[in-house]
Design a protein. Sequence first.
Length: 136
Amino acid sequence: MNASPSPPAGSPHSWLAHAKSDLRITQICRSDSGVLPNQTVFHAQQAAEKAIKAVLLEHKIRFPRTHDLGELIVLIQQHAVMWPFAPDEVEALSPFAVETRYPDDTDRLSENEVSEAISLAEKVIEWAKKQIGQIP
């Protein structure tokens, strides 16, 4: 068990902790040949989504219940929060929130697609950490 105290539930730091946990899950999934690529990219999308929502909370910006990263990114930009990514770069993860939950063609994701999804999630989390700062 982790000895450090958990951030308060619902706080930006709590959301960021969950984002980091989803990112860690992608790394575990990737090293296990028994885990399907679609489940790995699902957690990459979740990591990015939770990191973005953490920043929205930090800036006291209300957001809807959505998995659409484009919708969340628009909120970030509308409130003049620095967004360092290309317009469609991170939004490309959005389909992985729903389409990867059930068996279909997404089972055939390439290693490159999985790597790119994880890399994007890592970048979004790094950006969020800079926006929020250290966990109190």
